[in-house]
Every structure is written in structure tokens, then in C-alpha cells.
Design a protein around this ligand. Structure first.
Ligand code: FHN
Length: 432
């Protein structure tokens, strides 16, 4: 399953050697919305113990606060996300420039957010929610209407199913897991499955093996050959699935030729929580997105709806800032369908991504540290190329480009169009 290393001149842009494969739309889309929503959301990050003490955690609250299962099941019965508005969530993603959505269908707590027939530990059978509603159906319909791809997160690790923890009865759990995944794939036609919780856990013991990962992957590929599957399906993560999943970090360069996606929280929590919020600024998100695209990575940015199903306003505000930047002066061209430049070293003043097309290749120099007046931006070449045109997106100012030492000096005549990042589009010719 090894892909060629993403060496100089290689990028996973639309026309790279993998264009024929199922991941092409995903590589072009680059930017997705992660949604962590489950029975844990009903507690909103805070559990008041019978002795009056308060324990805090987000989606791990059951385990981190050692909530007895009966107490956890009792609280889930009050869960009523009546305000969950799939259309509004899809619109928020679309306005943000997020072109796919991955929502937790089942997190480690084992609670299914769709009306599974496999057990009654789910939003239809174990909540105060309207039994006529199916939020995954609502989200799928809204996403389809908006041209947004929908994926499901599914945790192999299951804190609720009694057969998970015991290797002797684990096959029974695995059977139920396969049955649930078939419900999701056949019932909702997701574009992508995002597995998690395949790792060795201390308690309960996780009997999932690498062999289990291989069998599951081939089972799913038989169910639906177009499915994109992440690498947390197996034990080895590097060669499992279609892409790597660095978390809360951006790898320094293309991850040994693998496709990858960096997933991050917006405020330090995956599930909804009001405590210890560490909000990323819109500027940080935009710069993360540019750095990720310039290394041929995708960026999956998370929102955690509250107990009512509402996405927090600070999340919506940031997402709309990012979408506005992407839509301005076509700056999104530095992200969508763009990837590892290969032709140049990564500069200190920003990120450089590359897209290929009929009219020649484009390099997008996204400048986050604008040079003092008249000072050039230097690009160090790693492979031969000529610059035949240069322009600042969103500005009429001139841009001088001159060969200089080991590359080119780019000198814009005026100032930046945006303090977060200003994109200089270079048209380049590479020797055939
Ligand atoms: O334990 C989970 C965590 O709750 C969250 O879902 C993240 C998202 O990538 N994955 C696991 C931690 O790596």
C-alpha cells in the first residue's frame, strides 16, 4: 500500500499519479469539519458527583470522571438535542470553506447517534429526543443538497458493550460492530469512515488486533469500493487505510509519501466544554490550513455542539472568518487542489503550495511575514523552473521577480492585502 515518496516536484494535486483513485476529491477538498457529538455532550463537560464534587472532561467524561454506568445511562435518558439543525451546520461548514464533514456516529462511550438496530444504547432508544428524528439522516440530506461529502467517525473501543473488554466474548462485539458499520454504509452512503480507538488500552483491555484491522478494511472495501478509510482501522497506522491522521499538529513535511489529514480542536476540546477553553484565532486557523495544504495534507477542524445540538457561536465566528479569507480574491486557490510544491524550500515568511493545470503550474506564495518596503521575499529552488508571471491576489500592485543565487527574489511593490496571509500567485514553467 506504500505510495511513492512525495519527493521534489511531487504533490498530491489533482493531476498527480493517484488522480484515478478514490481519494482524489478528498485531496482536492483539503478542508473538512469534524463534529464531536454524543451522549457526553449532554453533560457539557461537567459531572456533579453524588457527594457534590464536580468533575470536568469533554467526550471522555464517563471514563475520566469514573461515572458509574447506571448513572451515565440515566443522564443519557435526558439527552434532547432538539435544536440540532443539520441545514445550519452544513451551511456553516460550506461558508467556512469546509468541503466535507466527519461526525461521530459512535465515540468510545458506545452510544450510537443513529437509530441502530444492533442495541438500544442510542439516540433513538435511549434519550428524550424526538423518536421520529434521525440526525444522521438529516445531516446526510443537508450535506447532499449542499454538495458537501459526509463521513462517519466510529470508535472501535467501546466502553458500553460488555463483550468488548473480554477477549473470550470479543468476537460477539466484533459481530455487532460489523453490523453497525453495515447499517451506516448501506443506510447513509457515507463518503468516508474515520476510525478511532484501535489502540491498546489499559482498561478495559482492547483485544483489537492488526489482523482485525485488515479484515475490517477488506470487508468495508467489499461493501463500498469508493469508501475512503483513515489509518486508525488497524494497529500499524502507517500502512493501514488510505491516509494518516496526525492529531493537533501539522507534520513538518509530506509524511513519507502518505496522504494525511491533521485533525484539530478549535478550543482545546473535542466534545462541548466551557472550562479551560483555549480558542484558536481565525488567523491561526488560516495559517494552519495554508501550511497543511503546502505539505499535501488535509485539515479537519472540529466543532462540539452543546446538549441542545447547537454549535457554539465562537466556533461559528471563526469558521466564517476563514471562509471569508478563502473566498476573497480567489485566495482559496492556495488550498483547494493545491499541494506540496516540491520546487522550492519552505520559506520562513510563509507557505508555498502548488497546483497544476493546463495553463502551466501555479505556485501560491502565502506570505504571513510581509517584507519591509522594497525588501524581497527569497524563494530557494529545489528543482529548475522559470517564473513567467507574478501577481498579488486582491491587489493591483506590481511584483518584481528576479533570479537570485539559489532561487528567486520576489519584490512586491506595495503592502499586504491581509495581515493574516497575502497570496502571491506565480505562474511557473518547469522543464518537461
Ligand atoms: O480519544 C479520542 C478523542 O476523544 C478524539 O475523538 C480524538 C480525535 O482525533 N481521537 C482520540 C484521541 O486521539
Amino acid at each position: 500500500r506504500q505510495r511513492p515518496a512525495a519527493g521534489p516536484g511531487t504533490n498530491f494535486a489533482p493531476d498527480d499519479p493517484f488522480t484515478a483513485d478514490r481519494t482524489n476529491w478528498w485531496r482536492q477538498d483539503r478542508f473538512g469539519m469534524f463534529i464531536h457529538f454524543g451522549a457526553y455532550s449532554n453533560l457539557e463537560g461537567e459531572y456533579r458527583r453524588p457527594d457534590g464534587t464536580v468533575c470536568r472532561d469533554a467526550e471522555w467524561i464517563k471514563r475520566q470522571c469514573a461515572i458509574p454506568m447506571d448513572a451515565y445511562e440515566k443522564q443519557a435518558r435526558t439527552f434532547d438535542p432538539a435544536a440540532f439543525d443539520a441545514k445550519a451546520i452544513v451551511k456553516a461548514a460550506k461558508d467556512a470553506g469546509q468541503r466535507y464533514i466527519v461526525i461521530t456516529a459512535k465515540h468510545h462511550e458506545g452510544y450510537a447517534m443513529w437509530p441502530t438496530k444492533v442495541n438500544t444504547w442510542n439516540l433513538r432508544d435511549h434519550s428524550a429526543f424526538d423518536k421520529r428524528r434521525d440526525i444522521m439522516r438529516e445531516l446526510k440530506n443537508a450535506a447532499d443538497r449542499a454538495g458537501i461529502k459526509l463521513g462517519f467517525y466510529y470508535s472501535i473501543w467501546d466502553w458500553h458493550d460488555p463483550d468488548f473488554a473480554d477477549p473470550a466474548t470479543f468476537p460477539k462485539y466484533r459481530e455487532r460492530m460489523y453490523a453497525q458499520l453495515k447499517e451506516l454504509v448501506k443506510g447513509y452512503d457515507p463518503a468516508l469512515l474515520w476510525f478511532d480507538g484501535e489502540w491498546d488500552t489499559d482498561n478495559p483491555h482492547n483485544p483489537w488486533t492488526a489482523r482485525d484491522g485488515e479484515s475490517l478494511e477488506s470487508y468495508l472495501r467489499d461493501l463500498d469500493p469508493k469508501l475512503i478509510i483513515n489509518n486508525r482501522v488497524g494497529k500499524r497506522r502507517v500502512t493501514d487505510g488510505d491516509y494518516g491522521t496526525p492529531e493537533q499538529e501539522i507534520p513538518a513535511a509530506p509524511v513519507d509519501g502518505q496522504l494525511w489529514e491533521s485533525c484539530m480542536t478549535l478550543n482545546g476540546h473535542w466534545g462541548f466544554a466551557k472550562y479551560d477553553q483555549d480558542w484558536k484565532s481565525s488567523a491561526t486557523i488560516i495559517r494552519n490550513l495554508l501550511a497543511t495544504a503546502s505539505r499535501s495534507g488535509n485539515y479537519l477542524l472540529n466543532v462540539g455542539p452543546d446538549r441542545h445540538g447547537r454549535v457554539p457561536q465562537p466556533s461559528l465566528d471563526r469558521l466564517s472568518d476563514v471562509g471569508r479569507w478563502l473566498r476573497t480574491a480567489g485566495q482559496g486557490r492556495a488550498v483547494y487542489g493545491a499541494g506540496y510544491a516540491g520546487l522550492v524550500e519552505e520559506p520562513s515568511w510563509g507557505a508555498v503550495s502548488r497546483s497544476r493545470g493546463g495553463a502551466g503550474d501555479k505556485l501560491y506564495a502565502s506570505v504571513t511575514e510581509w517584507p519591509t518596503a522594497g525588501k524581497p521575499l527569497h524563494l530557494t529552488a529545489r528543482a529548475p523552473f522559470r517564473v513567467t508571471d507574478a501577481r498579488v491576489l486582491g491587489s493591483r500592485q506590481g511584483v518584481k521577480v528576479a533570479p537570485s543565487g539559489d532561487g528567486y527574489d520576489i519584490t512586491p511593490a506595495g503592502g499586504p492585502t491581509n495581515p493574516t496571509a497575502t497570496v502571491i500567485e506565480l505562474t511557473v514553467k518547469t522543464p518537461r
